[in-house]
Design a protein around this ligand. Structure first.
Ligand code: TEU
Ligand code: CA
Length: 601
């Protein structure tokens, strides 16, 4: 079957092609919160260099750093003012050279965050662009004339909303025109229609590849091609809101694959790694256009269907209770589709934009926390795709404490959201309180608290007498790397095992196929991976409150449980199989992998 854009959708599974980037696991570092080396309370590159052995010990192949380039830090470095210089508090270009060298010495690759949908408003290109309609950089950004209301006041060219509140358009007084910014108004969107912009991006890519970078994570890369007529978005949200979701007109726009193809040519020359971030698209056919093996655009994409699963009717700061069967449909959809169609998945539950996975998908209750962290590692770590671990996830770090008031938060998204709420509802303490608890649950700052290295002051993220830019989580005395790295029962040790198994048994865990088992069960997520004579059964009980569950073992997997062996498990004694009536007693949050190779029996 063939659809538009020459994507062929295959009815049967081809043999999955091998590639080094499929067998790699990635560790994401949030530079400002990883390790401070000079006591200014901000993590930095020398700090990361001092922890190089930690990555090697964990067993990752690639380290990805969130942006470290020069930036006014309106959005924590996702607003770049110079693509060739380093944000001074993080270090220098020479520090980056040393970092790359240190990683390479340990056989680890370095992936850089490429933020080119937009720049900072302090970038020289934008300063020029806004200075006059005649400036040679004018057309590097997206400028439009105002609309006018009945009184003749200027209004934005359309009703698109920005991710960080208000309209996505900002009126610039110098020329009386609006520019587009899908994120903060200090993050103007580049005009990719302009070949000079694309050439400038290609130069940046080559520059860093030549300097030793091994690949890129590309920020909101599916937003770079917009519908140029800029239509109004349909009213899909609260209709009293003037600003609506315009993503249907800028996500995966008309020229996306042409632009990605140009970048892909450069990446191919260097055999570079690539993962694109693609919010707002849930159709795998759309994403296959970028990640199809022979398309030579991107290796893989972060899709958002899992991390958007609990967004309620009022957006991310409202809740939605989701049944496990929803998660099963989502996971199975992507697993099966990419496997059958020569695409590839990026596997993640956390990053710098998401709350902590234990708090969100399982239970951070102290009696369950370790089991929960290991359960999620099992659930995610044996799927098909390239595995991403976000700093602290390997330690079971959780969301910010319930005691955090709004003044503890640092993220522009949350602070703008809060300000808009106070403006709209100044005298509604109940609403303020309920919103604050949503913020504690979903805010991006949950992921941004400093790494918890040990039980010393500030968890040794920074020196005892300095103040971290954002508070360390209260639980650091118990929950830290020092207490876990040498403990064989820790979450850290468990992740290490998962990473090792993916390497040792790459045939099955990287290249094998995926089958969902018992899709209706609302507590237990079970799937198999198989390759040749090998089958692995992965069981993850998401429930912590149902007590023990007597799981009727489906016929398809009974043999694996009876004759196979356990590769990894999050309870210290083996799973309780009652062979006679084909039941397994699955304990709260229990997870394990049973493995059978029939050629070896
Ligand atoms: O995020 C893009 C994005 O759409 C979300 O993950 C975003 O954080 C979320 O919608 C807010 O609710 C990327 C970066 O990962 C993020 O840190 C940046 O703020 C954003 O792009 C702009 O560069
Ligand atoms: Ca520092």
């Amino acid at each position: 079957m063939t659809t538009a854009d020459n994507i062929s959708i295959s009815p049967k599974t081809p043999v999955v092609k091998r590639a080094w980037w499929k067998e790699s696991s990635v560790y994401q570092i949030y530079p400002s919160s990883f390790q401070d080396s000079n006591g200014d309370g901000i993590g930095d590159i020398p700090g990361i260099i001092s922890r190089l052995d930690y990555f090697q010990n964990l067993g990752v192949d690639i380290v990805w750093l969130s942006p470290i380039l020069k930036s006014p830090q309106v959005d924590m470095g996702y607003d770049i003012s110079d693509y060739y210089d380093i944000h001074a508090p993080y270090g220098t270009r020479e520090d980056v050279d040393r970092l790359i060298e240190g990683l390479h010495e340990r056989g680890i690759k370095y992936v850089m965050d490429l933020v080119v949908n937009h720049t900072s408003d302090q970038h020289e290109w934008f300063k020029q662009s806004r200075s006059s309609t005649e400036n040679q950089y004018r057309n590097w950004y997206i400028w439009r004339k105002p609309k006018h209301d009945a009184e003749g006041n200027p209004e934005p060219p359309n009703n698109w909303k920005s991710y960080f509140g208000g309209s996505a358009w900002q009126l610039d007084p110098t020329t009386g025109e609006y520019y587009l910014h899908l994120f903060a108004r200090e993050q103007p969107d580049l005009n990719w229609e302009n070949p000079a912009v694309r050439a400038a991006v290609h130069d940046i890519i080559r520059h860093w590849l030549n300097r030793g970078v091994d690949g890129f994570r590309m920020d909101v890369i599916n937003f770079i091609s917009k519908h140029l007529d800029f239509p109004d978005a349909p009213i899909t949200e609260d209709s009293s809101q003037p600003w609506q979701d315009g993503s249907m007109y800028y996500a995966c726009g008309p020229r996306l694959h042409e632009f990605l193809g140009e970048i892909g040519l450069i990446l191919k020359e260097y055999d570079a790694f690539s993962v694109g971030e693609m919010p707002c698209v849930f159709d795998p056919v759309e994403i296959l256009k970028a990640v199809g093996f022979d398309r030579h655009e991107l290796n893989m994409v972060f899709q958002f269907e899992i991390v958007d699963i609990d967004h309620g009717p009022g957006g991310k700061f409202s809740r939605r209770k989701w049944p496990l069967s929803d998660l099963k449909s989502i996971v199975s959809k992507w697993q099966t589709f990419m496997h059958t169609n020569e695409g590839w998945n990026a596997l993640y539950l956390e990053n710098h934009d998401q709350p902590r996975s234990i708090s969100r998908f399982a239970s951070q209750n102290p009696e369950h926390r370790t089991t929960a962290g290991k359960m999620l590692a099992t659930f995610l770590g044996f799927q098909s795709g390239t595995l991403f671990i976000y700093q602290g996830q390997e330690l079971g770090m959780v969301n910010v404490p319930e005691t955090w008031a709004i003044d503890k938060f640092r993220d522009i998204e949350v602070l703008n959201y809060w300000k808009d709420l106070l403006d709209a509802h100044p005298n509604d303490p109940d609403l303020h309180n309920s919103t604050l608890s949503e913020i504690r649950f979903k805010s991006r700052d949950n992921a941004r608290t400093p790494m918890q290295w040990d039980s010393s002051p500030h968890a040794s993220f920074t020196s005892a007498d300095s103040t971290p830019w954002i508070s360390v989580n209260d639980d650091f005395k118990t929950w830290n790397a020092a207490s876990q790295v040498t403990n064989p029962d820790s979450i850290f040790a468990y992740w290490k095992q998962v990473l090792r198994l993916r390497k040792e048994k790459a045939d099955i865990f990287v290249y094998g196929d995926y089958t969902l088992i018992d899709g209706e069960n609302e507590n237990i997520f079970a799937y198999t991976r198989s390759f040749g004579s090998m089958t692995a059964l992965v069981i993850a009980n998401f429930s912590s409150s149902e007590g023990n569950i007597a799981w009727k073992v489906p016929d398809a997997v009974a043999e694996i449980l009876e004759s196979g062996r356990i590769l990894v498990a999050n309870y210290s004694d083996s799973p309780k199989v009652e062979a006679q009536d084909q039941r397994v007693i699955v304990r709260p949050l229990e997870a394990f992998v049973a493995f059978l190779d029939v050629s070896a029996v």
